[in-house]
Design a protein around this ligand. Structure first.
Ligand SMILES: [Zn+2]
Length: 172
């Protein structure tokens, strides 16, 4: 089932999400719905607060369109190690549609989480996957990537987003 993605400035995106007790059937079905929602929006990651659910759950798949899908479904994800090496790269977010900005993040991270079968897993992620992990985990603490850009740039991005919405409303 496809879920509705909420966008800034929806206050739910600024809340801290709650840990889950275990990945039961209801939760793994939420993970699958989130994955379907993410794929249909052409995203590479989606956190539960982005569909208005304040639970520590994220889904990620950074495989290219011509590659086999490689989804990660994570509950209670926690970064347990970060590389010293950082990398700056352009980033976007389904809750800030069509806006992109360069963000500096750790080049690699190790993340511990419960998968869709309630198994404890550790993943060493690098490059774009590590970036997606850090971006999605931020959502669980109410952080959106535009928080890392300068106030002026942030203002411009929000303005462009509002303009885009007005235009879309007019065309409807
Ligand atoms: Zn995002």
């Amino acid at each position: 089932m496809k879920l509705k993605i909420i966008e800034i400035p929806n206050p739910l995106l600024r809340q801290k999400s709650e840990p889950i007790e275990k990945v039961d059937e209801a939760l793994s079905s939420l993970m699958k719905d989130m994955l379907e929602t993410m794929y249909s929006a052409n995203g590479v990651g989606l956190a539960a607060p982005q569909v208005g659910i304040l639970k520590r759950v994220v889904v990620i798949d950074v495989a290219h369109d011509d590659e086999r899908p490689a989804p990660f479904l994570m509950a209670n994800p926690e970064i347990i190690w970060r590389s010293e090496e950082k990398e700056e790269c352009s980033e976007g977010c389904l809750s800030v549609p069509n806006q992109f900005a360069s963000v500096e993040r750790s080049y690699a991270v190790k993340v511990r989480y419960l998968n869709e079968k309630n198994e404890k897993v550790e993943l060493l992620a690098e490059g774009f996957l590590a970036r997606a992990v850090q971006h999605e985990l931020d959502h669980l603490d109410g952080i959106v990537f535009i928080d890392y850009v300068s106030p002026l740039k942030r203002k411009m991005m929000i303005k462009r987003l509002e303009k885009q919405r007005r235009k879309a409303a007019k065309e409807e």
